[in-house]
Design a binder for this molecule. Structure first.
Ligand code: ATP
Ligand code: MG
Length: 349
């Protein structure tokens, strides 16, 4: 659906050229919610602005639906922009227009519908975002969440295939953020709109995205399914973003606890099995829990614990955890000693 190939972007500055993006390769599939996360200045806004050609790449190519768009101009560019809606952090509504007329604005610009058709379409869009009762209000009379719903309705006006959201929830409180993310997921599901979502918060990625790219200083340092990046972040920048969202216990450093230190990750149906107690009983091992987190990635439950495992048959216990669906990583501590013979015997019986 969207493909960036070796894209770079340099800005001219007083002190010479400022490289904002270096050799970005990315693919976003049709119907995906794709997250781009990174610190301030990492290049996130520049990256999405290349997708609707608010910026042009210094080198490399951008493809949408199999079409190379980097050289689009004039009517070709206008047609492309209509296929791509954009939602902004600070809503960017026109303060002198009512809610309905803000949503009508892109339809008026496109000039394809009659007044009556525009009114009908605006009513449908406001119903979709839950603002039918607010059509005649002005932006200043709305809460932040309501303003962003207007922004979303306006972005959908020309039936785009792609929605670009640049920090769409960053100005909202956590509860309103949740509601706006729910709305975006509903739009993705029901209208099949591909969504590219920029954020500096891992929490937004966890709640709403299928895949994520982590951007640092203009480079993609990690990319993959959200479950992978969120539960097993491979790059220090990704780990720092997870810690920021989940606290230190999430990826805890096990410290000096005795025994072997393991990180266990359960996802999906396995999350709610009483596995630890069963394994402890069966193999005579003891667990100390060093840290952990439980929650959902979109709708999939997960649990992740760091434990110190001691006593009993640790090797067999580890194998049984894996066999039962847990991902097991050794994160430190002493390697398990050979199990006492009587414990092994118990297990065999
Ligand atoms: N129009 C521009 N002219 C010059 N430099 C720019 C321009 N736009 C962005 N930059 C620079 O490019 C780099 C990346 O900026 P960008 O806005 O893409 O970052 P960001 O990840 O969106 O940050 P934030 O989270 O603060 O919005 C920064 O160093 C910024 O100063
Ligand atoms: Mg930005």
């Amino acid at each position: 659906m969207i493909r960036l190939e070796a894209v770079t972007k340099n800005f001219a500055s007083k002190r010479g050229t400022l490289p904002a993006l270096h050799g970005i390769d990315l693919q976003v599939g049709r119907g995906e919610i794709f997250g781009i996360i990174g610190a301030s200045g990492a290049g996130k806004s520049t990256l999405v602005r290349l997708i609707n050609l608010l910026e042009r790449p210094s080198s490399g190519q951008v493809w949408i639906d199999g079409q190379q768009i980097t050289d689009a101009r004039g009517t070709g560019l206008q047609a492309l922009r209509r296929q791509i809606g954009m939602v902004f952090q600070h809503f960017n509504l026109l303060s002198g227009r009512t809610v309905a007329r803000n949503v009508a604005y892109p339809l008026e610009l496109a000039g394809k519908l009659t007044k009556a058709q525009i009114a009908e379409k605006v009513a449908a869009l406001l119903a979709r975002v839950g603002l039918s009762d607010h059509a005649q209000k002005y932006p200043r009379q709305l809460s932040g969440g309501q303003k962003q719903r207007v922004g979303i309705a306006r972005a959908l006006a020309n039936d785009p295939k792609v929605l670009l959201c640049d920090e769409a929830t960053s100005a909202l409180d956590p509860q309103t953020t949740g509601q706006v993310l729910d709305l975006l997921q509903e739009i993705n599901r029901e209208l099949g709109v591909t969504i590219v979502m920029i954020t500096h918060e891992m929490e937004v990625i966890r709640r709403a995205c299928d895949r994520v790219a982590v951007l640092e200083k203009g480079r993609v340092v990690e990319e993959g399914p959200v479950a992978k990046v969120f539960l097993h972040p491979g790059h220090p920048v990704s780990r720092a973003l997870v810690r920021e969202a989940e606290g230190d216990a999430a990826l805890s450093d096990p410290g000096t606890a005795t025994g072997q230190h393991l990180r266990l990750t359960f996802t999906g149906a396995d999350t709610h099995q009483p596995l630890l107690s069963r394994i402890a009983r069966e193999f005579g091992v003891d667990f100390a829990i060093l840290g952990g987190r439980v929650g959902h990635i979109r709708t999939t439950p997960y649990a992740q614990f760091s434990i110190a495992l001691s006593g009993g048959d640790a090797v067999a216990a580890t194998a049984a955890l894996q066999a039962a669906g847990a991902a097991v990583e050794v994160i430190g501590g002493a390697a398990p000693a050979a199990a006492p013979a009587e414990v092994r015997h118990l297990h065999v019986v």
